[in-house]
Design a protein around this ligand. Structure first.
Ligand code: IPE
Ligand code: IPE
Ligand code: MG
Length: 260
């Protein structure tokens, strides 16, 4: 009974107004471990558990897509020990979780420059992507060796090549066209971005895609980000008024005349 209760959508959330796509910057693993006198990588191990739990929660609550920032193009600047640990952790998780993803009907996809990753990890990524390609209940998109500026530069290069080859005219380069050349081409933009650990920045994540996303920052460190914390983020999201440049109450002609 208790499990059933936990897995259903909390009653104070409106199922009609849930974000369809949630993106997360999973930050604070290192601090979480350091606070306990443990090596930083212990935080990454715990952070992986948090991500698994969040994916399951999104699925239980009917959210269609989850995008997680796992490793940025700038994270190569960390110590080789930490980078190696992360690469091994990603590989191991992919292997361990594949059966779960199949059972739960999760389609896993990746964004970022995968060619820069260790070969064994690339193979694991390729395998998991292929095996889950037909799953439909939730799309789980992982950003690894991802940097938004690199992604945009790459899109520009591809568009420029098409123009150079005479396949496209410069005049036809539109927002929609650029979007087709981004790593996220087939996914709608996130409705909600969550960043944990109190840092108020995007750290080169989805700069194009987040143009109209609701941003939510919390001081909670990623390994501590549980269902209750996610519930709070969704409540805040549902309290926001997403106007997309319009206004909630249209101005009447008479009111405009009166002010003139
Ligand atoms: C985020 O946690 C995980 C990755 C970047 C891989 P951090 O490792 O950045 O944790 P802090 O910010 O140092 O606490
Ligand atoms: C952003 O976190 C990258 C990921 C969560 C994968 P960082 O910890 O690398 O970001 P900065 O360095 O604090 O901006
Ligand atoms: Mg960090």
């Amino acid at each position: 009974m208790a499990t059933k209760f936990l897995s259903s959508l909390p009653v104070d959330l409106d199922p009609q107004r849930l974000p369809r796509h949630v993106a997360v910057i999973m930050d604070g693993n290192g601090r979480w471990a350091t606070q306990r006198g443990w090596p930083r990588v212990a935080g990454h191990r715990q952070g992986a558990k948090t991500l698994k739990a969040l994916l399951r929660c999104c699925k239980d609550w009917g959210i269609e897509s989850l995008t997680a920032y796992a490793f940025s193009t700038e994270n190569w600047r960390r110590s080789p020990e930490e980078v190696n640990f992360l690469m091994l952790l990603f590989k191991r998780l992919l292997r361990q979780e594949l059966a779960v993803m199949q059972r739960e009907d999760v389609k896993i996809t990746f964004i970022g420059d995968l060619s820069g990753l260790p070969k064994v990890l690339q193979q694991e990524i390729h395998y998991a992507t292929q095996m889950t390609a037909h799953n439909r209940t939730i799309q789980f998109n992982v950003a690894v060796n991802y940097g938004s500026r690199a992604e945009i530069a790459q899109a520009c290069r591809r568009v420029a090549e098409q123009v150079e080859q005479g396949k496209l005219s410069a005049a036809s380069v539109s927002e929609d066209l650029i979007e087709q050349y981004l790593d996220t081409a087939d996914t709608p933009a996130p409705d909600l971005l969550i960043r944990t650990s109190g840092e108020l920045r995007l750290s080169n994540f989805l700069l194009w895609q987040l143009a109209y996303t609701e941003l939510y920052f919390t001081d909670i460190l990623w390994p501590d980000f549980d269902r209750a914390a996610f519930h709070q983020a969704l409540l805040t999201y549902q309290s926001r008024d997403r106007r997309f440049g319009t206004v909630s109450t249209p101005l009447s002609n008479s009111a405009a005349q009166a002010v003139l």
